[in-house]
Design a protein around this ligand. Structure first.
Ligand code: NAD
Length: 552
């Protein structure tokens, strides 16, 4: 017999949970409110909560007898899993109560949006002309799913029923699904660029936070539509509002939004009573208010799960999880996401033809020298010796980084690695100094000015970029694109330039503006980083190759 507290309990929950536990000798209590440090009973052994509650470390530590947290939901991002594990508390979820329920709701939102249903339903009372109600068909449109789990798969099936074309992205694709459900997997950026409608069905993890970021929203097709029934944190809400406001996106339908508890009037009122409103909550509150006023946006209050059948399945499974636990069975136990992050490998491109002659190259396209090609192969050998398989590789738009990268991957016999070019990694633009010989410039400018230009933080070059400007493009790219991959456990190799790598290292190693002058990214090095969840250096090591010419 155990003492169970059910939080967030509705009348329907009470009825169904009481039925499910009737035959047991457990004792249970219902609390309609969400869990809070002020509404705990220290004797509680089991708590059961819905997504509206957040179980913090403080709550777990205030319940010394707590053994089990039974989530009445699929997602469990609202639990401090690390604290639960540390205190020997098991966490269970309801893995599959409503794949069809949520997928049907995603299409409910989509149809309401493309057929302008909220406006259509107001026509009787208001002067709204037929032309304002003109919608679009789904048939023939390309529907993209992010996350091909239970709900994503159902969504793809429904899209097939509407004769839509389908694409999907998953960090852990199951290729066999493609034939069965008639879709093709694509890389995330390709999916984002190609779809008319994107529906998100991935979990919220550190690696999926803002997976739909500003850059991806901008690369969506003009007029495209975003549907989110997964978790609000997967989308950068401020960037979404910008993309809608500028007219780039055609619309959005969201059942989940960052700070969604503020959709409740009670939460807003409680917030107003607090003396110190956190800045992020204030921002989310304004974002939600803006979204609710936009004519091409539908916001619903985390309601996708809410059918009588699904709620019944949730409560039956949550109760069964509790009953089973006391018999030693934990079929639906959830585990913290893997703590093993991927490695970040940084290399400066090998010697180019202009490096050989001492010219400032900047963004001019110059091939590798013969020595440079040889160095790339040595880099590849070093990579092979490291025994680190590369999952994805990035280079700048300058051909010398791509040639280095291809040489490395070939020599390390990693032929199937995707190479992605991104302008954020480009070399610093040297403006009017491009093509000038560095050593002649040193004579001309004097050593001090020359060193400031080469190594300084915010030193202007006529018509060119400062290192600060390079930093301002490299670091957002790193945080939004590279870091999520590292947090998913992928090893990422970046081949870039002296300055773009220095800018990145400044961030990784928290180097001050004053000290950046002392940082040099040498030719012939691969730096291997382990990163923290925030993307900063946790550890690093350096591998060097011999850069003396082959026949010297
Ligand atoms: P699931 O676990 O069956 O599927 C999730 C899929 O996402 C898996 O295929 C997984 O490989 C994939 N994934 C993991 N990391 C990824 C990444 N970085 N990028 C892309 N894909 C990734 O879960 P499900 O039952 O399909 O539910 C999906 C999400 O929907 C849940 O995590 C939950 O947050 C949300 N949900 C919302 C409601 C609601 O009422 N709005 C109801 C139920 C579930």
């Amino acid at each position: 017999m155990s003492l169970i507290y059910f939080y967030d309990a509705t009348e329907l929950d009470k009825e169904q949970l009481t039925n499910a536990l009737r035959e047991t000798d457990h004792h249970w209590e219902y609390v309609p409110d969400k869990i809070d440090i002020s509404n705990l009973n220290p004797d509680t052994e089991v708590i059961s909560i819905f997504v509206t509650s957040t179980v913090t470390r403080e709550i777990i530590e205030a319940l010394p007898r707590l053994r089990l947290i039974s989530c009445r939901s699929t997602g469990f991002n609202n639990i401090d899993l690390a604290a639960a594990e540390e205190h020997g508390v098991t966490v269970t979820n309801v893995p599959t109560y409503g794949d069809a329920t949520v997928a049907e709701y995603a299409f409910t939102l989509l149809l309401a949006l493309v057929r302008k249903l909220p406006l259509v339903l107001r026509t009787e009372n208001e002067q709204i002309g037929q032309s304002q109600l003109t919608g679009t068909d789904l048939q023939g449109k390309t529907f993209g799913v992010i996350g091909t789990g239970h709900i994503g798969q159902k969504s793809l099936k429904i899209a097939n029923g509407f004769s839509m074309k389908t694409l999907a992205y998953d960090a852990f694709p199951r290729l066999e699904l493609q034939d069965e459900l008639h879709f093709k997997y694509a890389e995330l950026d390709e999916l984002v660029r190609s779809c008319d409608i994107i529906s998100i069905h991935a979990p919220y993890l550190p690696s999926t936070r803002h997976i739909i970021n500003r850059e991806r929203l901008q690369s969506m097709k003009p007029g495209a539509i975003l549907i989110n029934t997964a978790r609000g944190e997967l989308v950068d809400t401020a960037a979404l509002i910008e993309a809608l406001d500028s007219g780039h996106l055609g619309g959005a339908a969201i059942d989940v939004v960052e700070g969604e508890s503020l959709l409740s009037y009670h939460e807003e009122a409680a917030l107003l009573r607090s003396s110190d409103i956190p800045a992020d909550l204030l921002r989310h509150s304004v974002e939600i208010s803006a979204l609710q006023k936009m004519p091409n946006v539908i916001v619903s209050p985390h309601n996708a799960f809410n059918t009588i059948e699904a709620v019944q399945r949730i409560n039956e499974t949550a109760a069964k999880n509790i009953i089973d636990y006391w018999y030693g069975v934990t079929a639906n136990k959830v585990s913290p996401p893997p703590k093993q992050f991927g490695k970040l490998l940084l290399a400066r491109h090998a010697e180019s033809e202009w490096n050989a002659t001492g010219q400032w190259t900047g963004i001019t396209d110059v091939h590798l020298s013969e020595k440079g090609f040889h160095e790339s192969a040595l880099f590849g050998q070093a990579l092979k010796d490291l025994g680190l398989p590369v999952d994805i590789a990035y280079c700048s738009e300058q051909i010398r980084t791509r040639e280095t990268l291809e040489g490395m991957l070939n020599a390390s016999q990693q032929f199937d690695v995707d190479i992605v070019t991104n302008s954020a990694l480009n070399e610093r633009d040297y403006g009017e100094y491009t093509g000038k010989n560095k050593w002649e410039m040193k004579e001309l400018l004097g050593e001090e000015a020359f060193n400031r230009i080469r190594r300084g933080w915010n030193e202007p070059i006529p018509g060119g970029e400062t290192l600060k400007m390079v930093y301002e493009r490299v670091v957002p790219f790193y945080k939004e694109t590279i870091l999520p991959l590292l947090l998913q456990g992928k090893n990422v190799l970046i081949v870039a330039h002296g300055n773009s790598i220095r800018a990145l290292m400044k961030y990784l190693e928290s180097i001050s503006d004053e000290d950046i002058g002392g940082l040099e990214m040498l030719f012939g090095q691969i730096i291997i980083y382990d990163v923290t969840p925030e993307g900063l250096r946790a550890d690093s090591s350096v591998t060097k190759i011999d850069t003396t010419p082959p026949n010297a």
